[in-house]
Design a protein around this ligand. Structure first.
Ligand code: BTN
Length: 234
């Protein structure tokens, strides 16, 4: 299984794995009690005080066909790990986990290149586990504790990693199709009107489906659109 490195404080578990990519083994996991410079998607800050679960996974890739799908796999596994505690999280494409519209977890995926080639990925997640005050998040957010779930962060991390590395070989070979139905079951926006933001532009339409490659198929007033990356504003 994977080697887990525990730290009290790091600037960012993402930065640590990227900086030590060469000397660390494939599938190394690093976790920290707090981060002083936690990063979110689109260059946002991820405030990381003790109480949250902050970890990143280093993946050295032989095949680079399914880069975006490992992030979706991790989101699905976090959803499934939380379901063990009788709550009903769902996925907010591409890789947020939420409960009743409140953010439980965010995921950041970063490509590592060596000599101009993609050498791997560092995928990191911040899960709200024990926090009692998430007012700094800037959007509705919730922790497992607030949902009545008392789980040790180390146990929760282990459950997530077991699920992730169970499906990892198949996703490496076949991509999103391996997890598509499990992902669709947890994606409550199908058939609903949504707004997808990408950079400064926003598209409105009906979420028609998730394609076999994991992209979002949106039916807009100007016809179908395939969305590769973005943020759902719901
Ligand atoms: C997001 O929703 O914007 C993604 C947030 C990802 C935060 C995690 S916490 C562990 C890892 N280290 C970081 O600096 N960021 C990710």
């Amino acid at each position: 299984m994977s080697n887990i490195l525990y730290f009290e404080t790091l600037d960012s578990t993402q930065t640590y794995l990227k900086d030590h990519f060469r000397e660390l083994d494939d599938k190394t996991v690093v976790t920290a009690t707090s981060q002083t410079a936690g990063r979110g998607r689109f260059d946002r800050k991820w405030i990381s005080e003790p109480g949250g679960l902050y970890f990143s996974i280093l993946l050295k890739l032989q095949k680079t066909d399914f880069l975006a799908n490992f992030t979706q796999l991790l989101a699905l596994c976090i959803c499934q790990a939380a379901e063990k505690y009788a709550i009903q999280p769902n996925l907010k494409w591409p890789n947020d986990v939420q409960v009743s519209g409140k953010k439980l977890c965010g995921i950041l995926s970063e490509v590592v290149t060596q000599n101009g080639q993609i050498a791997g990925l560092v995928i990191g997640a911040g899960v709200n586990v024990e926090q009692a005050d998430l007012s700094h998040v800037g959007q509705p957010a919730v922790s497992l504790r607030e949902l009545g779930v008392n789980v040790a962060k180390e146990d929760f991390l282990q459950d997530i990693l077991d699920l992730f590395f169970q499906s990892y070989p198949a996703v490496t070979q076949e991509g999103f199709s391996v997890i598509r139905s499990a992902y669709q079951e947890r994606f409550p926006f199908l058939g609903k009107q949504i707004v997808v933001k990408n950079g400064t532009s926003a598209l409105t339409g009906i979420a028609h489906d998730l394609s076999p490659s994991g992209t979002l198929l949106l039916q807009t007033k100007n016809g179908p659109q395939e969305i590769l990356i973005g943020d759902l504003l719901v």
